[in-house]
Design a binder for this molecule. Structure first.
Ligand SMILES: N[C@@H](CCC(=O)N[C@@H](CS)C(=O)NCC(=O)O)C(=O)O
Length: 223
């Protein structure tokens, strides 16, 4: 039996973060598909989002709480630093992803790739309005990843698992591909994340679910 269950749809970027944290920690999991906004889903998550973690009789929603719980409740390599400044750095990066990166890069990927792949007209106004924020976000990310191997230092933390889905999928858009080609620190980080054994736990579940999207042409990792 798996250590934990994730109640979610498999295409959720936040699910991938949670699975990546579990894979880094060595915690086994199973995916329990939800019926989006069904009474059962809303009972698990009053705001109708995903994923929700189940560990025995314990349930948690909000991916920051899920990641923290997996890190603290199980044996395995620590995925957060012990010192106050290191912890603050991790919280800052998780907040950056939640508040700036996810709303921009995730929506951008959907407008640029998913909608056209489904024959739906993208929101051109959003695509235009996202250009400057995307550049700013990549500038900040590149600044961190030229200084160290991972977002907050030379050891992977849960913060890296939060960023991973976004750079992977944004990198498949023309704008993401162009920005990554000018961001050697971020591009090397993507390669580094993909080379980790943890990547193969989550890739089979979520990345493959987006196999219908066009791969980024210049990126060796996007094929
Ligand atoms: N603050 C939530 C956000 C989770 C979230 O937005 N998940 C997306 C999937 S990646 C979702 O539930 N989307 C469905 C919706 O917004 O209705 C968390 O950290 O877990």
């Amino acid at each position: 039996m798996a250590d934990v269950r994730f109640h979610s749809l498999e295409e959720s970027a936040y699910l991938w973060t949670a699975m990546n944290v579990a894979d880094e920690k060595g915690v086994s999991y199973e995916l329990v598909p939800i019926v989006y906004h069904s009474p059962e889903h809303l009972k698990l998550h009053p705001f109708g989002k995903m994923p929700v973690l189940q560990h025995g009789t314990l349930f948690f929603y909000e991916t920051a709480a899920i990641a923290h719980y997996i890190d603290k409740a199980f044996d395995g390599p620590p995925l957060q630093p012990a010192d106050a400044a290191g912890q603050a750095q991790v919280i800052r990066w998780v907040s950056i992803v939640n508040n700036y990166v996810f709303p921009t890069m995730n929506r951008f990927m959907k407008e640029r790739l998913v909608r056209p792949a489904m024959g739906i007209e993208p929101d051109h106004a959003f695509i235009e309005s996202a250009q400057e924020p995307l550049k700013r976000q990549m500038h900040v990310i590149e600044g961190a990843l030229t200084k160290s191997c991972f977002l907050t230092g030379d050891t992977l933390t849960i913060a890296d698992s939060f960023l991973l889905p976004h750079l992977l999928f944004f990198g498949r858009t023309p704008e993401g591909e162009a920005l990554l080609s000018k961001s050697p620190g971020a591009a090397a980080w993507v390669e580094r994340m993909r080379a980790r054994p943890s990547f193969h736990g989550s890739i089979s579940r979520t990345y493959d679910a987006f196999g219908f999207l066009p791969p980024a042409k210049g990126m060796s990792w996007a094929a």
